[in-house]
Design a protein around this ligand. Structure first.
Ligand SMILES: [Zn+2]
Length: 420
């Protein structure tokens, strides 16, 4: 036994004598009261598509946890892998606005990270670690701090698996190892590749701890219980079984849920904040940032459940706040000092006001800036409190009674490593 431990962001991790595999199932809406029609996992189990997960419900530990707000991919993946909120790690969304430079800045570079990851801490303590992401956008952030010259770390994305090198990723010839073709970026195959590679790494690389992060392409398109969703969850179940059979501690959570954001005709529901603010305080006096915006917008048109607003004239913040509170569909409006305290966000990376909306609507800027023409299915998206509840599942019984604990998705490494 190697006896490896590390303290990272004020939490102590003492590796068990089994490999630990943590999975972030991107956009996995669970079955809880606010769901439209049950959760993805519960519906797929009911359809007989997830026999291993059904076993976990009976023999492991299955509950729900709260994700980080905004319930977006990057803030939550970073929270999960650091065990801390964005206040600590710095990544509060895909974008922020730099007031001094008058520039909207994409936060996908490691220079925006303010804390080490759990993987980095354990790697530095002597562990063998592996990180596999579906999309390449997360790879550099999640792999930050790992060195690839001593054969103890691997980090690559399914999207660019063909470009992985020993020097840059700790691994090469990934397609040969996995035995699958390079997947399309907009596909369920991108996530399957992550799991197929993860199983191979457990066999060949034998990591002490591994993080697998999928993409929510399927959940943006398909509702829980639909054929497309069940097929995807069935695929995941078969890989979870394979990981379980290899004796790993398997811990599963999600970055956020996913809800239908359209009316019965399939038309997207959106509150266009820039247009509202133009009519309230005049054009050119404010800026609305939607931190869901990223280069991969085909499946949501940059419409999500969270926005942050910068107001040029601070004297008008209270007035705008009051008007937003009375806008139908909006469920949370808070000045940023209070919101950052409450939600654990970095004050310098949000605007003056934070806004979220209810389950079946989204927040936009102005219609011309949201191209929904390429979306083939009615809008499904996430970002607010209505997508905050996520699954939290482990293939073992907890040593600790978790029912008394307020669980966050970013407690998953702690629970998997320390509590099982
Ligand atoms: Zn996501």
């Amino acid at each position: 036994m190697k006896n490896i431990s590390a303290t990272v962001n004020n939490r102590h991790y003492n590796l068990p004598d089994k490999p630990v595999v943590v999975v972030c199932i991107d956009g996995s809406e669970p079955d809880y009261e606010a769901s439209d029609n049950g959760g993805y996992i519960e519906r797929a189990i009911a359809a007989g598509k997830m026999p291993f997960t059904k076993w976990m419900f009976e023999n492991g530990t299955v509950t729900t946890a709260h994700s980080q707000i905004p319930s977006f991919t990057n803030p939550n993946n970073l929270s999960i892998i650091t065990g801390a909120p964005p206040l600590v790690h710095g990544i509060s969304g895909n974008y922020f606005y730099d007031r001094d430079a008058d520039e909207e800045i994409m936060m996908n570079h490691t220079r925006f990270m303010r804390a080490p990851t759990i993987m980095q801490g354990l790697y530095e303590a002597g562990a063998k670690v592996a990180v596999i992401t579906a999309k390449d956008k997360l790879r550099t952030l999640l792999g930050n701090g790992l060195e690839f010259d001593d054969g103890r770390a691997i980090c690559f994305s399914a999207e660019r698996a063909d470009e992985a090198t020993l020097a840059g990723n700790g691994i090469e010839n990934v397609l040969d190892m996995v035995g699958l073709a390079l997947p399309e970026v907009y596909s369920g195959d991108l996530s399957e590749f992550v799991f197929a590679a993860g199983v191979k790494l457990v066999d060949q690389f034998k990591p002490d701890v591994m993080y697998l992060s999928t993409t929510d392409y399927i959940q943006h398109k398909f509702a829980p219980g639909s054929e497309g969703a069940n097929q995807f969850y069935s695929m995941m179940d078969s890989y979870w079984q394979q990981l379980h059979d290899r004796g790993v501690i398997l811990a599963l959570t999600a970055d956020h849920g996913m809800k239908a954001k359209h009316d019965s005709q399939g038309n997207s529901n959106a509150i266009y904040l820039s247009d509202l603010l133009d009519s309230w305080i005049g054009a050119g006096t404010h800026r609305v940032i939607l931190p869901i915006t990223d280069p991969y917008v085909l499946h949501h048109g940059a419409l999500g459940g969270f926005a942050t607003i910068y107001i040029d004239n601070a004297d008008r913040i209270a007035e705008v706040t009051e008007k937003l509170i009375h806008t139908p569909g909006i469920d949370y409006v808070m000045d940023s000092d209070s919101a950052c305290d409450e939600l654990g966000l970095p004050r310098d990376r949000v605007g003056d006001i934070i806004v979220t909306c209810e389950g079946h609507t989204t927040l936009g800027t102005t219609p011309a800036r949201h191209d929904l023409s390429k979306m083939k299915e009615p809008l499904r998206s996430h970002g607010g409190f209505s997508e905050q509840t996520v699954p939290f599942m482990i293939n073992a019984k907890f040593a600790e009674d978790l029912s008394a604990r307020y669980l966050r998705n970013f407690d998953i490494f702690d629970v998997a490593i320390n509590s099982v």
